[in-house]
Design a protein around this ligand. Structure first.
Ligand code: SIN
Length: 477
């Protein structure tokens, strides 16, 4: 039996058709999962709904113990989980290992944070009244997760949801459902009671529609493109569904002329090429002040030239394959459009479509890029660093904010007041100031404008799974 559907503590493939999971570096078949749909999603929601009263009535300490156990199991199985991720998603093994640790850190953080879900009392303006505010779990949560971080984007939702007392139905992406299967097996091994965590692999649109239209689901949390996020919002509007959306980004990197150039270049490369550029918060466009433009490019080129593209299982690989043909074609389109309009390619610039149907793209640096080029206006989601020269701090901020997205931005500046002014002027939910990789379980992650709604991680992350109830108590004479 192929695992992929887990409902009420039981795996079944319900004799369904299969989704093939392919290694994007080799084209080899890695495994198959059942193609679940509306019916299986409904069953999973019913199971989560039935499990909600007993799970939400456990103490936060009891729920934390399950999450701690799951956290420990993830660490025990770190090598195996990492290998699976590299197999189905392609990222270099060292990055996969980093992701397992990152993913597990959400369980640990939220196990603790669940113990600090405080309400409050409010001084009443009337002698015969008392006022209280309590926090309660929202109920059944539907989670739709992406392929680029197959483990962390599940635990970043699962950790706070379970800690808050919610039960969970997750729809993993069809590119990387096997990591989700393994995580759910570990939930089982951790002894998480039946119906609390459910998994439905298969048809994204059918499962998504059920999660959004079923009134038993009280919250939907999604990580993916802005395009799909908008669709989900429309579907959820009918029931005014509570939603958290972590959507597209188009992160600017602003390098001021007082930056530590060598350090800024290293951090820029770390941000840009993390996960082969297939990360929502990857730097996507780089604005550098004219005084340091040439020197900064020299440093970025030197670091980028050392990066090696290849199969994630090879020890020296820094950049794995593109996830699929569409992703590859988008990168190619952005690079060609920029070159055609006058940008110079100083590193890389070529992709490779292998015979086995896999796609690799060289780490690429484009310079003398102009604001009108496609790459400065759309998220590339690939290993290309376009660099534009700017004059003033104000000009850099103007270009950085000239986008409907507002997820992450980066600033490199050694001067406190100057750097802070730029940081404060940026319309972004996350700003890395002299930091190319700001994500952490204890910090809020999420975007402004069309990059989404809500935050994951940090104390904000658990609020997303809580309702606020105000209780007004009348005292009788
Ligand atoms: C994402 O790409 O959505 C997640 C990146 C991160 O958590 O740093």
């Amino acid at each position: 039996m192929d695992k992929g559907i887990f409902i009420n503590n039981e795996w079944s493939d319900y004799d369904l058709e299969k989704v093939k999971v392919v290694n994007p570096a080799t084209g080899d078949l890695v495994g198959t999962v059942p193609k679940g749909g509306k019916k299986e999603a409904k069953m999973a929601i019913d199971a989560a709904h039935d499990a909600f009263p007993s799970w939400s009535n456990l103490t936060a300490y009891d729920r934390a113990a399950y999450l701690e156990k799951l956290h420990d199991l993830m660490h025990e199985h770190e090598d195996e989980l990492a290998k699976l991720m590299t197999e189905e998603m392609g990222k270099p093994l060292k990055e996969s290992k980093g992701e397992v640790q990152y993913a597990a850190s959400f369980l640990k953080w939220f196990a603790e944070e669940g113990k600090r879900i405080y309400g409050r009392t409010i001084p009443s303006s009337k002698e015969n009244k008392r006022m209280q505010v309590i926090k309660q779990p929202v109920g059944v949560v539907g989670a739709i997760t992406p392929w680029n971080f197959p483990a962390a984007m599940i635990t970043r939702k699962l950790g706070p949801a379970l800690a808050a007392g919610c039960t969970f139905v997750v729809k993993p992406p069809n590119e990387t459902p096997l990591t989700a299967v393994r995580l759910v097996e570990l939930c089982q091994e951790a002894g998480i009671p039946k119906g609390v965590v459910n998994l439905v692999s298969g048809k994204s649109s059918e499962i998504g529609e059920e999660l959004l239209s079923n009134p038993k689901v009280r919250k939907v949390t999604f990580t993916g493109s802005t395009e799909v996020g908008k669709l989900l919002m429309k579907q959820g509007a009918e029931q005014v569904k509570n939603m958290s959306l972590e959507l597209g980004g188009h992160a600017p990197i602003v390098v001021l002329d007082d930056a530590d150039i060598k350090y800024a270049a290293q951090q820029t490369v770390a941000s840009k090429f993390r996960n082969g550029g297939q990360t929502c918060i990857c730097g996507n466009r780089i604005y550098v002040q004219e005084k340091i433009y040439d020197e900064f490019i020299e440093e970025v080129v030197a670091v980028t030239e050392k990066l090696k593209v290849g199969n994630g299982f090879e020890d020296d690989t820094d950049i794995g394959p593109m996830i699929n043909k569409d992703a590859y074609e988008k990168v190619e389109k952005h690079v060609q459009n920029a070159i055609k309009q006058g940008a110079k390619c100083v590193v890389g610039g070529k992709g490779q479509e292998a015979e086995n149907g896999t796609y690799f793209y060289e780490p690429t640096v484009l310079i003398d890029v102009e604001p009108s080029m496609l790459i400065m206006n759309e998220e590339t989601f690939g290993p290309v660093a376009p660099i534009q020269k700017v004059k003033t701090d104000e000009e850099a901020v103007k270009y950085a904010n000239m986008t409907p997205y507002g997820l992450a931005a980066y600033v490199f500046s050694e001067h406190y007041s100057r750097g802070l002014k730029v940081v404060e002027a940026l319309d972004y939910g996350i700003v890395g100031w002299n930091d190319g990789v700001p994500s952490a379980a204890q910090a809020p992650f999420g975007g402004m404008k069309q990059s989404g709604l809500g935050r994951e991680g940090g104390i904000e992350g658990i609020e997303e799974y809580l309702e606020t109830k105000y209780i007004s108590i009348g005292l009788k004479e």
